[in-house]
Design a protein around this ligand. Structure first.
Ligand code: ACM
Length: 614
């Protein structure tokens, strides 16, 4: 039986009817939609390449045929022909002089295949950007979202406002033209982002007249009540539109502190004049005015998902970053969306065990997590409005180009495949092999990367449930956890499951207060050990407790102290930490109380997961 099926397989391969034997695995990223291995070999050094146009091939798609003595490319557009050549390049690189004959029919799942780089927090010069564009194009990415402005520095020459870039590293318009010229040749559209109405400390520092009145301590929001703000932004956007050919201009729109506008007499006057009841509508007013201006110049806006609040501008594209909710909502309303949820697409996060990684910003987003993302699952209403997905690389913790590449690769490989390849047939372990193969080439080409080969992976405690005396026992809370970090609710601390490397998974968060919880063991038990798992993520304002005390009781009313472990952790240390605060000894009782003490200022979060009793 076994022999028979092997014989059949061999026969089918010989006849060219089985698409790909493992030995002949094409190592291309992103995985093409369809690859059919054929009989015979193609002489890559000598076979001429013919090109033709075929209007029936989808946009950016191609047909690539490697015959014995000729190679043929068909596409309906220049981008498709370009991507066929990209694939051919990778085939040549994989096989050398001779590749199997094959037929590849390929086209992208999404029209927007993006990567974002923040050049405000740390500046990366035009050569660094051009180098990444070459890699992006080789992955068939076609959008580069250039985060040019933020509170830490304005990075684009604006002729009307030279003070924006005086004395700091930035791109001249000539630099930008150079980048744009390369991008154009690589079929990449560069989307510039000019942040408003928050994240603008750097502008307000040099043009204080654009600040709100009445609150000099909050210099990160433009004053929406002032006409000067619109004069400034329209002048800037005018120069940006003259420079960048992109149909879309990103106008930011995230994380404005609206309290600033609440306190500003000019903003209040504007709200009154426009009949607005809520300050969110003021933001929406600002975005809609800017949208009208951008539209009047023949372009459209993209904004972070906050632009949904207070009424969405008419033709705006929403970039969903605070999870997928904003994207889903906007898509359901018929707006085009780009998916960049922090959970899967924020590659400023750790990509491996935090103890061995350079300090990162967000949670834990390994390669497998990016790869697992589906920007438009079948059950998503309005999924036809999903243009595609994008990784975002914020650079607070990314000071140099080598580190930039370390954070980008290989996670950008995964988003390229998410964006290009069919959702069917995803296989992470197979992808990982291709990623390792591709990383070797990237190193030969002078790129740095994360060391995927020696990846440690998820926290082992997270992967293995534990058994202990308190599993399944009810927990009562003297202090309450936050709705945003329930860890799974009231059973989270005794469910036998630990938190992940990331505080976003299974951890329970307490804001500006102690953790005081009591476990009811159901009956009096002899106990010898209590351990409470805490984590610190200073970049997310999560701190270790200064001490954790353990108490025991027979009646749930009168408690005896068992012991206290003093933390002694550096609460300013940005590197994530994990620690089991514990007590060991001999005691007996029914109720176990754990008291995790927050710092004296009662500032920040405490994050706890399992409490183990043995
Ligand atoms: C963002 O990460 N604030 C868009």
């Amino acid at each position: 039986m076994r022999l028979q099926s092997r014989f059949l397989t061999a026969l089918l391969v010989l006849l060219g009817l089985l698409s790909c034997s493992p030995r002949e695995q094409l190592m291309v990223i992103p995985r093409p939609a369809s690859v059919q291995m054929l009989r015979g070999r193609c002489d890559l050094n000598n076979a001429p390449v013919y090109e033709s146009k075929d209007a029936s091939i989808p946009p950016e798609g191609y047909l690539l045929e490697l015959g014995k003595n000729r190679i043929h490319i068909s596409s309906s557009d220049d981008a498709g022909a370009f991507y066929a050549r990209v694939t051919l390049y990778h085939i040549c690189r994989q096989y050398g002089a001779e590749a199997p004959a094959m037929r590849i029919v390929d086209s992208p799942r999404f029209s927007y295949r993006g990567a974002h780089i923040d050049v405000s927090r740390h500046f990366f010069d035009k050569d660094v950007i051009c180098k990444q564009l070459r890699m992006f194009a080789s992955l068939k990415l076609n959008r580069f979202h250039w985060h040019l402005t933020d509170g830490t520095g304005w990075r684009l020459q604006i002729d009307a406002y030279p003070e924006l870039t005086a004395g700091i590293p930035h791109y001249t318009k000539e630099d930008v033209r150079e980048v744009l010229s390369l991008a154009d040749s690589l079929h990449i559209t560069v989307i510039p982002e000019i942040e408003m109405f928050g994240h603008s400390e750097e502008v307000l520092a040099v043009y204080p007249e654009l600040r709100c009145g009445g609150n000099p301590e909050h210099p990160s929001e433009y004053c929406i009540g002032s006409e000067k703000t619109f004069e400034f932004l329209e002048t800037v956007l005018g120069e940006v539109i003259d420079l960048f050919p992109s149909e879309y201009i990103h106008i930011g729109g995230d994380e404005a502190n609206m309290a600033v506008w609440e306190a500003c007499p000019r903003c209040q006057a504007r709200m009154k004049a426009e009949g607005m009841a809520e300050v969110r509508q003021l933001q929406s007013y600002g975005i809609q005015r800017i949208e009208k201006f951008v539209n009047s110049r023949g372009r459209k806006i993209i904004g972070w998902d906050e632009i949904l609040e207070g009424g969405l501008a008419e033709n705006a594209v929403v970039m969903s970053w605070r999870g997928e909710e904003g994207g889903r909502k906007a898509a359901g309303m018929g707006h085009d969306v780009i998916m960049t949820p922090g959970s899967h697409c924020y590659i400023d996060a750790y990509q491996d065990a935090p103890y061995k990684e350079p300090t990162a910003f967000g949670g834990y987003v390994p390669l497998s997590k990016v790869y697992s993302y589906d920007p438009a699952p079948e059950d998503m209403p309005g999924r036809e409005h999903v243009l595609g997905a994008q990784t975002n690389l914020w650079t607070e913790q990314v000071p140099v180009p080598e580190h930039l590449e370390y954070m980008l690769y290989p996670r950008v490989f995964a988003i390229a495949e998410v964006d290009w390849s069919p959702a069917e047939g995803k296989d992470y372990s197979e992808f990982r092999q291709r990623a390792l193969f591709r990383l070797k080439q990237a190193h030969e080409d002078g790129y740095n990367s994360f060391d995927l080969e020696n990846e440690v992976g998820e926290r082992k405690e997270y992967l293995e449930p534990v058994q202990h005396v308190a599993v399944g026992c009810p927990v009562s809370y003297e202090t309450t956890y936050a709705d945003s970090y329930t860890g799974g609710g009231d059973s989270a601390l005794t469910d036998g499951l630990f938190g992940s490397w990331t505080f976003q998974s299974r951890w329970q968060g307490f804001l500006n207060k102690d953790v005081i919880v009591t476990i009811d063991l159901g009956e009096t038990k002899d106990i010898h050990e209590i351990k409470a798992d805490f984590t610190q993520w200073r970049t997310a304002w999560i701190c270790m407790p200064v001490e954790v005390s353990f108490e025991i009781s027979d009646d749930g009313v009168n408690f005896r102290q068992l012991g206290t472990e003093v933390g002694g952790f550096d609460l300013e240390d940005l590197r994530p930490m994990y620690h089991f605060f514990s007590w060991n000894g001999d005691a007996s009782g029914r109720y176990v109380k754990v008291l995790g003490r927050i710092n004296e200022r009662k500032w920040g979060w405490l994050f706890i997961d399992e409490i183990i009793v043995n």
